[in-house]
Design a binder for this molecule. Structure first.
Ligand code: M6R
Length: 369
């Protein structure tokens, strides 16, 4: 069943080009308009939405954080992301004009389900993004986009995460089209760029051996930090979570801009720090600022492991190790930059002799609050 892979997680990592491609399949109707899988919300209601709240747990919440950048940019609707367990118990302000997006691989996560019920009681409409057909969360929601990642067996989420991000982009483009923020040709162009991403993920996987070697080499690491900015920030958080879950290593993700507000005090000789570097292109690029961050931590002795786009030479003087990823549009980058971090965590955990498919203390689907 593992198809020659040492564990399900490695197999599922390798299946990611397919998971993203399948999630993109068949999303437009005869007129080229985007369609959701199930829609029990009046389109007029979707046009009048004045706030979007994304609720999810764990890895799915990081997909939600990526969604915030894309949805606000494309749709100009204020978008918040909240952990489902916090949302439910803080008396959140939601009403008929709020669209709640619930992201869940399993569709059975109790924290997320309770948040969905609470939001609907307040009159909000709920769109579920889910990998499991007919599970509870999509059944209790007003609209559904299914991710087509296929069954995810390993407890740590990998291909479902990339599929969730993909579905979030589709939702963002759907809303932008419906609400008139984007013209049809702009949406079509973004869909075309998205359709290129599976091949770009495959390129990352084809060149992954040095990342595996790094994982094996770092098997005795005690602490690893991850920095990212813009959409690279949730990627850093996901990289840290994978390492905690699989390898039981203390790992933290930080927003690179926050470094000087505290975390830089942690930097000492030899401390490994992964940095997810944003694209150097784009009008509001924070690329230069992140390159300065790499310089600052390296000057304080950090071992810098930099994930940067092909052709980005600015990072070269400050990187101890460079992991290259193909060029993508800025907002789509998490689909490629996440992959080396997953492989690194998996390989490191394997080198430690750990059970990567079933890490200690964890369950695939958390059905209690
Ligand atoms: O099934 P869900 O997407 O609702 O699960 C949410 C989290 O429990 C899940 O992503 C968890 O954080 C994983 N262990 C991450 O690898």
């Amino acid at each position: 069943e593992k198809g020659g892979y040492p564990n399900f997680m490695m197999k599922e990592i390798e299946e990611q080009p397919r998971a993203v491609a399948d999630t993109l399949l068949g999303r437009t109707d005869a007129n080229g308009h985007l369609v959701l899988d199930e829609l029990r919300i009046d389109e007029a209601v979707l046009r009048s939405v004045d706030k979007i709240v994304v609720i999810a747990c764990g890895t799915a919440s990081y997909a939600g954080q990526v969604a915030k950048y894309a949805i606000e940019h494309w749709c100009r609707v204020p978008t918040e992301v909240e952990l489902a367990s916090e949302f439910r118990y803080r008396d959140p302000v939601v009403n008929e004009k709020t669209l709640v997006v619930a992201i869940s691989q399993s569709g059975e996560t109790m924290d997320t389900l309770m948040a969905v019920r609470h939001a609907r009681e307040q009159g909000a409409k709920v769109v579920a993004i889910c990998n499991t057909h007919g599970s509870t969360i999509p059944r209790e929601s007003d609209a559904v986009i299914y991710t087509h990642a296929g069954p995810e067996i390993a407890v740590a989420s990998t291909k479902a995460f990339l599929a969730q991000i993909t579905a979030c982009y589709l939702l963002g483009l759907y809303l932008a089209q419906l609400r008139g923020n984007k013209y049809e040709d702009e949406v079509r162009e973004l869909l075309r760029l998205l359709a290129e991403v599976p091949d770009q993920i495959q390129q990352v996987l084809d060149g992954i051996e040095p990342v595996r070697a790094l994982g094996r080499e770092m098997a005795s690491a005690k602490v690893v930090l991850f920095l990212g900015r813009h959409v690279g920030f949730p990627v850093a958080l996901e990289g840290a979570l994978k390492l905690k879950e699989l390898a039981y290593i203390h790992a933290e993700g930080f927003a690179a801009g926050e470094l000087k507000h505290g975390p830089i005090a942690l930097i000492e000789e030899g401390l490994p720090v992964f940095v997810v570097v944003p694209s150097p292109r784009g009008r509001d690029s924070v690329h230069g600022k992140v390159v300065s961050n790499i310089q600052e931590i390296r000057a304080r002795g950090a071992r810098t492991i930099v994930i940067a786009e092909e052709g980005d030479d600015d990072v070269v003087p400050y990187a101890d190790t460079i992991i290259r990823v193909p060029r993508t549009p800025t907002l789509l980058a998490p689909l490629v930059t996440t992959v080396p971090l997953q492989v690194f965590a998996c390989e490191l955990a394997m080198a430690k002799g750990l059970d990567v498919d079933q890490p200690r203390n964890l369950a695939k689907s958390v059905t209690v609050e």
